[in-house]
Design a protein around this ligand. Structure first.
Ligand code: G3D
Ligand code: MG
Length: 173
């Protein structure tokens, strides 16, 4: 078994659920009492990828939301091996923000493995993103998941998919 430590950054608009998704993944817990993250919050989580027989320590940077990243936010992203883009499925403009951010980040740091989380899937009656849109997003982002930090749905699957993509890229070098 080989091991690897890797930095991933979680980015997206205000209140899409970035901090909640990380809390769910790291501590398997959901709380609706978060304060807006100031600047950046860093957590770590060790996972085993059975297929690749690799142990991965993810260092997860939860970067506070902004539609347009400034110099400080971009500095936080330096050295990231992969990105978790988060949008709120009940607010379609947050998907536009995630796509813009992805473009900006790619221009600056080059292409990196990524996943898109359309979060708050536990709120189907408020959902604003059509299935066809979700399918076409698969051409843009590495993988797309409908997640819920509240129920835990697909949060772990999404983060594991990202870790697998990072490991696959690492093994190519
Ligand atoms: P952010 O870190 O992207 O800014 P937060 O977002 O994790 O702080 O979440 C913003 C709000 O969305 C919080 O509610 C949080 O409880 C809620 N939220 C996050 N993920 C989900 C989810 O999957 N489902 C539902 N229903 N709500 C979610 P408040 O009320 O504290 O603003
Ligand atoms: Mg936050």
């Amino acid at each position: 078994m080989s091991s690897l430590t890797t930095k991933v950054c979680v980015v997206g608009d205000f209140a899409v659920g970035k901090t909640s998704v990380v809390e769910r993944f790291v501590n398997n817990h959901f709380s609706d009492k978060y304060l807006t993250t100031v600047g950046v919050k860093i957590d770590t989580k060790q996972i085993q990828l059975g297929r690749e027989n690799v142990s991965v320590k993810l260092i997860i940077w939860d970067v506070a939301g902004a539609e347009q990243f400034g110099a400080r936010e971009f500095a936080y992203l330096r050295g990231a091996a992969g990105f978790v883009y988060v949008a709120d499925g009940t607010r379609s403009q947050t998907l536009t923000s995630a796509r813009k951010l992805r473009q900006q980040i790619e221009e600056r740091y080059g292409a990196r493995p990524d996943v898109l989380l359309l979060n708050k899937s536990d709120l189907p009656t408020l959902w604003q993103i059509a299935d066809e849109t979700i399918q076409s997003l698969g051409d843009e982002f590495g993988k797309v998941y409908r997640t819920s930090a509240k129920t835990g749905d697909d949060v772990e699957a999404a983060l594991i998919a990202l870790a697998e993509a990072i490991v696959a890229k690492d093994l190519q070098r």
